[in-house]
Write a protein that binds this ligand. Structure first.
Ligand code: SF4
Ligand code: SF4
Length: 169
């Protein structure tokens, strides 16, 4: 299992073309979805996200209305103030948490700690969406190619899936 973030970045980028081929391989064959989810669960159990927090530095967080309400309540402020102080508009995703690319990442990240952990958005609870996520993993593979460049769970899961499905590298 590789968890070093420098290696994950290097290998994830190096394997982008291979992972694109793997995506086609998954889509053109029939595989049992629950086996993918079970393997992802196994990998998640072996990786400590609290010492990683790399998704909080690399991925923007799209907010739903219920996230805004929950976070505003947690911070004891009005939703309008929350939106003003802690969010930004993204051309593709709409309202997202304030994010400093290449710097601290998410506005609520302090070192490796999420300062709103108990009220964090649902997308953060479900990340990286291998165990929890709508739609089959083969049809959501486009998301995982990029995530494999910064998330150890995704990188290791894709490598395990290649073995499980007899993918020729
Ligand atoms: S809200 Fe918390 S868990 Fe979500 S990206 Fe920000 S720091 Fe990470
Ligand atoms: S979900 Fe992935 S990137 Fe985020 S903390 Fe866990 S291992 Fe790291």
């Amino acid at each position: 299992m590789i968890t070093d973030l420098v290696q994950i970045k290097r290998l994830g980028e190096q394997k982008r073309p291979e992972n694109e081929r793997f995506r086609k391989h998954l889509k053109s064959h029939g595989f049992v979805e629950r086996n993918f989810r079970a393997k992802a669960e196994e990998i998640e159990a072996e990786i400590d996200c609290t010492v990683c927090a790399n998704c909080c530095r690399n991925a923007t967080v799209k907010l739903q209305d219920r996230d805004v309400e929950k976070l505003a309540k947690y911070l004891r402020i009005k939703p309008a103030q929350f939106l003003r102080d802690y969010t930004q508009e993204d051309e593709e995703q709409g309202t997202v948490l304030k994010f400093e690319e290449g710097k601290g990442g998410c506005v609520f990240l302090d070192g490796n700690d999420c300062t709103v952990y108990d009220a964090r958005p649902q997308i953060c609870v479900d990340f990286p969406h291998l165990v929890r996520g709508n739609g089959t993993i083969p049809f959501r593979m486009w998301q995982f190619i990029d995530r494999a460049t910064y998330c150890p769970i995704v990188y290791n899961a894709l490598e395990a899936y290649k073995e499980m499905t007899g993918f020729k590298r």
